[in-house]
Design a binder for this molecule. Structure first.
Ligand code: PMP
Length: 363
């Protein structure tokens, strides 16, 4: 009876557009080779892990953490060569930064625009915050359709444009010239999301000096610290000051702050892993290119997008799970992704296992 009463109140009071949404789904990876979420497959060497644990042992949790994460920001500026004239806003993952950006700009007439397919949270968070979302289809080869983007910007006057460079799930860079054209044509803020920067040759920080409407978003998730949940936004103090007002106090917890500082001091270990992953991405790409029945696209990120041409993608995805390998099925997520799947680059043995199962399923 109480359950019914709860249901009645939920139906009356929770926004109907929220009621009709589905919560973000994360597949259960237990017992599987996990190649679905763009994580770095490597942990730290034992000695480094012990040093980190020793550091953690010094911590106590009775006090709130540093509200602005000063030491983490200093570490990020140092490791990533962020000029002192720019400010840095920390987020509980870059997901939270997307939310902060849209929340700070949200108004009845705000439009958020991005190419699509791209990272789904741009559209999801726009929906949560009840602002318009416009997706501009990429070209058939997933390159950025500059004319379509410029036309859409002109027509919709977006307050925020998100550009993921490299793009998820397509893995390609849109190219600096096109990014510049979009920033120049945009009336509002352009967020260049460099979540996969470590695996690519690109760097939007160099563009900050040229534009008043650019911020650059990054994350430690893909380089080996997904468990920490730390994203960061770099921009002119004018933007960062305003966005910071929307950030919830103490959004970066103490354990994350201490661990991030430690990880940044030892970033060379992560950098070595990244170098290895880039080598293995190219190997995996070449092996996938050899397989009959799929098309694979080159990638500048730590994953590869491929299309199954014979076996239906959903069946292939399920069959891979049955054989112990979890990747991401994108079939149905967007018209341009029909038949597509995305595999994260893992350790060599994981990539081999994936390839073995895949080639057996395709033959
Ligand atoms: N941006 C892009 C392009 C992504 O692919 C992801 C993660 N899939 C994120 C941002 C969010 O990363 P996080 O919240 O872990 O920092």
């Amino acid at each position: 009876e109480l359950d019914q009463a709860v249901q009645a109140r939920v139906e009356k009071w929770v926004r109907s557009d929220i009621q009709s949404l589905k919560a973000y789904q994360v597949a259960d990876a237990s017992g599987l080779i996990k190649l679905d979420a763009m994580e770095n497959p490597y942990t730290w060497e034992e000695e480094l892990k012990q040093q980190w644990l020793a550091e953690m042992q010094q911590q106590s949790l009775n006090r709130y953490p540093d509200p602005s994460g000063k030491s983490v920001v200093a570490g990020l500026k140092e490791v990533f060569g962020i000029d002192q004239r720019y400010d840095v806003l920390l987020g509980n993952g870059s997901d939270e930064l997307i939310q902060i950006i849209i929340a700070a700009l949200a108004a009845d007439n705000l439009t958020v625009l991005s190419p699509e397919p791209s990272f789904v949270m741009y559209e999801m968070i726009a929906k949560f915050l009840r602002v318009n979302y416009v997706g501009v289809p990429l070209g058939n080869d997933f390159t950025l359709d500059l004319t379509a983007m410029l036309d859409a910007i002109e027509a919709h006057q977006p307050g925020v444009v998100f550009l993921a460079q490299p793009n998820n799930p397509t893995g390609n860079l849109f190219g600096e010239e096109k990014v510049r054209r979009i920033i120049e044509a945009s009336p509002g803020l352009v967020v260049v999301d460099e979540a996969y920067l470590a695996f690519a040759e690109s760097n939007a920080l160099t563009l900050l000096a040229d534009y008043s409407n650019l911020v650059v978003m990054r994350t430690l998730s893909k380089v080996g610290l997904a468990g920490l949940r730390l994203g960061f936004l770099v921009g002119h103090p004018g933007w960062i000051n305003e966005l910071n007002k929307v950030r919830l106090p103490y959004n970066i917890n103490q354990l994350t702050q201490v661990s991030a500082q430690f990880a940044l001091l030892h970033y060379n270990q992560l950098a070595e892993q990244i170098t290895q992953l880039v080598v293995d991405r190219e190997r995996l790409f070449e092996s996938l290119q050899q397989l009959e029945g799929i098309t694979v696209w080159p990638s500048q990120a730590n994953f590869l997008l491929f299309r199954s041409l014979t076996v239906p993608a959903k069946a292939l995805h399920q069959a891979l799970i049955k054989e112990g390998v979890l990747i991401k099925c994108l079939d149905g997520a967007h018209p341009l992704l029909t038949g597509c799947l995305r595999v994260t680059v893992g350790a060599p043995a994981e990539n081999e296992a994936f390839l073995k199962v895949l080639s057996a399923l395709l033959s």
